[in-house]
Write a protein that binds this ligand. Structure first.
Ligand code: HEM
Length: 510
């Protein structure tokens, strides 16, 4: 069969079909990629159909940076394929979204169509389901609970120091500290959150490390369903089942499911009184069984919610904190005078006392060093929110469902809010300077009701680790340390090359 076109040309049916489909795709893309034009918002120039996809493949998730801000300003649009996103670097608008108008910006936009199981993760869940889960797990991080977690942290820290001592003896000219730190933070989250002694530090082939690393290095760019989703988001909304993915390969999922399920079952039938995250969730599961009420008012957690959130906590609590510790050690090696000042503060204010929640949190200079490190090396480079209705803030029209993004690579370096932004200077966080800081231009842990729920545990862990290391060692650049240290292009902004450092016992001169 063939189609006659105005008597000039005869084309076979299949070719007409292909051409009609291409035309439809082009018209669809043209319409989708005119959105910001219709809203009067400047747009980054992108490749037709692919949008920013090419830049993202080249530069990773952190390709959005200061150069784009300089070209397009405080509010501009980008397209990932045909999915629009609004990049906002105006602290006033951010305040509105994250705090003032939070009830309409509670959810994060999806970047994939995830399965129902994944949608129950606290970081992914929306609306009332998110409120219920967050309400259940937040008490894990009260100061009382954190005080009792310190003993578990100290136990993992003792193992960390044994291993570090051996590594220092074996490699006096320096070594990559990052893998050791990662195993340590895995031990910490498993013991503090789940009462689980995984001993990642003493077993380099530990499956927790192996599978978490593989999962965290998964790039959506290699997933056909992700590509289809960003090209045809409306189709994905119409046929969600077809586009659904669990974003985790089967063997990784099986490992985490089997582990968390058996932990959960053991704990359900255990008589002992734990005070960790898992226990709070188990208590909440008992509540869910006794209170059979409608989903929107439901209290407590289902078994599925407990399983997925256990997995999320193991993953969220390990890699971010490891990145935080490695970046602090790197900055201390680069800035010996700041390192010395921190050592003096530790000697003066804590001396030889055992480390505790209270003395660690009262050490101001440590807080200043950590805050500055997370300004320059924020592990999370993009934070997101999505409105549940059409809205307008400071004259900017934001349609319902718009992916609103706040980029720390821009916000943390704005001249307007940070003097000499590319210099590592903890003094900007000194108590007398703190009121100069605009809290909506500084988002290492986010802000508002949906900020990082594990922030205080992360801070305690990084600070305790660094203080304990500085009590014993001077930290120097290793001969193979790349300066500036590149960062991994995908996912979290963690070091992307060996954190090659040299350690010398204190008391000996260089
Ligand atoms: C240095 C370490 C860490 C950094 C830099 C960090 C950063 C962040 C950021 C930026 C967010 C998004 C906040 C927002 O959208 O406003 C977040 C969310 C989250 N973080 Fe962390 N985090 C760290 C450690 C941890 C730890 C140790 C845990 C768990 C024990 C954790 C659990 C979570 C969870 C569950 C969420 C989602 C919260 C929600 O949606 O309600 N994080 N984190």
């Amino acid at each position: 069969m063939a189609v006659d076109i105005l008597g000039i040309l005869t084309l076979p049916n299949w070719l007409c079909g292909v051409m009609a489909t291409l035309l439809a795709v082009c018209l669809y893309t043209w319409y989708k990629q005119r959105l910001f034009h219709r809203l009067g918002i400047p747009t980054k120039k992108t490749v037709f159909l692919l949008g920013d996809f090419v830049d993202m493949v080249r530069g990773g998730f952190s390709y959005l940076g200061m150069d784009l801000y300089k070209r397009y300003g405080k509010v501009f649009g980008i397209y990932l394929g045909n999915v629009p996103a609004l990049v906002i670097s105006d602290p006033e608008i951010i305040k509105h979204i994250m705090v003032k108008d939070f009830d309409h910006f509670t959810d994060r936009p999806p970047f994939l169509k995830l399965t129902k199981f994944w949608k129950s993760a606290v970081s992914v869940a929306g609306g009332d389901e998110w409120r219920n889960i967050r309400h259940t797990i937040s008490p894990t991080f009260t100061s009382g609970k954190m005080r009792s977690m310190t003993q578990f942290l100290q136990r993992s820290l003792d193992v960390f120091h044994d291993i570090l001592d051996k590594q220092i003896k074996a490699s006096p000219n320096g070594f990559d500290i990052d893998p050791t730190v990662r195993c340590y933070t895995m031990d910490v989250i498993c013991s503090t959150g789940f009462g689980l002694d995984v001993r990642a530090q003493t077993n380099p082939d530990n499956p927790f490390i192996k599978y978490s690393k593989r999962f965290l290095e998964t790039s959506p760019l290699g997933m056909p369903k992700f590509i289809l989703y960003i090209l045809f988001p409306d189709l994905a909304d119409m046929f969600p089942r077809l586009f659904e993915t669990s974003f985790m390969s089967k063997d990784i999922m099986d490992f985490f499911m089997t582990t968390t399920r058996s932990l959960f079952e053991d704990r359900k039938h255990s008589e002992s009184k734990h005070k960790d995250l898992l226990q709070l969730m188990v208590n909440a599961s008992n509540l869910a069984e006794t209170e059979k009420i409608s989903n929107s008012q439901r209290k407590g957690l289902t078994d599925e919610e407990i399983l997925i959130n256990s997995i999320i906590f193991m993953l969220a609590g390990y890699d971010t904190t490891a990145a935080g510790i490695s970046w602090v050690l790197y900055e201390l090696a680069l800035n010996p005078e700041i390192q010395e000042k921190l050592v003096n503060a530790i000697n003066d204010e804590i001396g030889e006392s055992p480390l505790s929640y209270d003395n660690v949190f009262s050490l101001k200079y440590m807080d200043m060093v950590l805050s500055e490190t997370l300004r320059i090396h924020s592990p999370a480079t993009r934070l997101t929110r999505m409105p549940d209705r059409d809205t307008e803030i400071s004259g900017i029209k934001i349609p319902k469902g718009m992916n609103c993004q706040f980029v720390t690579d821009i916000l943390h370096f704005l001249d307007e809010y940070w003097e000499d932004p590319y210099t590592f200077n903890p003094e900007r966080f000194a108590p007398e300077n703190k009121d100069k800081i605009n809290e909506y231009a500084y988002l290492p842990f986010g802000v508002g009701p949906r900020n990082c729920v594990g922030m205080r545990l992360a801070q305690l862990e990084v600070k305790m680790t660094v203080i304990s290391m500085l009590r014993k060692y001077r930290i120097y650049k290793g001969s193979e340390l790349k300066v500036p240290l590149p960062r991994s292009p995908y996912g979290l902004a963690r070091p992307g090359a060996p954190v090659h450092l040299r350690f010398e016992p204190r008391g000996r001169n260089k």
